[in-house]
Design a protein around this ligand. Sequence first.
Ligand SMILES: [Cu+2]
Length: 279
Amino acid sequence: MKMSKGQMGQRLLGFAVAGVALLAGGAAFAELGQPAPWEYTLQESASPVMDNIIWFHNFLLWIITIITLFVLGLLIAVVVKFNARSNPVPSRTTHNTLIEVAWTLVPVLILVAIAVPSFRLLFQELDIPKADLTIKATGKQWYWSYAYPDNGKFEFDSLLAQDKKPRLLGVDNEMVVPVNKVIRIQTTGADVIHSFAMPAFGIKIDSIPGRLNETWFKATKLGMFYGQCSELCGKDHAFMPIAVRVVNDQEFAAWVEGAKKKFATNPANSFASTGAAAQ
Ligand SMILES: [Cu+2]
């Protein structure tokens, strides 16, 4: 297909307009705690771990961009300066100690520079600080159950609510947590492997039958946060969202009082069925 110069210009202008619209749109639609149309960045952070994940992501983006541009520059230099026409008599050099040492050492130093913050982030994710609150999240086909063993012992199911916004993320009973508190999440699967994932808090951990996995987050912002089961777990895998409401301490205490009564006779309440609630 041949295009005239005018058509080409028009097409380029079209791409430019689309690109700017995309950038502006991404910023305009970005909403805390949930995905946004045309989103191309990580979700806005609401926890110290996610702050560091975003920092590390940007750090790596800089490094990879510099390396890519450097290699591109070398390639262009080779193509332009050392082709048969501009360099008819090639050099017969086979060794250069300085360059060989440099191209071994420099990548090692770059990898060390990446390894240090990488391990720091891994340890931050794995070392669970002293928890203010423990919640057990059990993945089931196809919904989640949340147990609060610390706060009067209750457990409830959290199912997708078709009529709630945001679409496919709203649930009937949200997990509720206090703001700026260390929340330990213990997770397991009741039937198959699920995965508890919450992008704004920077956590994603498999929920495996017969095993209790642990992770943690500290929500630093109030509001609603949404995640999804992130391990293919059957036909309704896409329909078992995770919704977390972050509230202040007073609201949390009030919610606990209400939840204890509301879920006391819940068949999902393992504390009630085992008699643990009476202890
Ligand atoms: Cu699942």
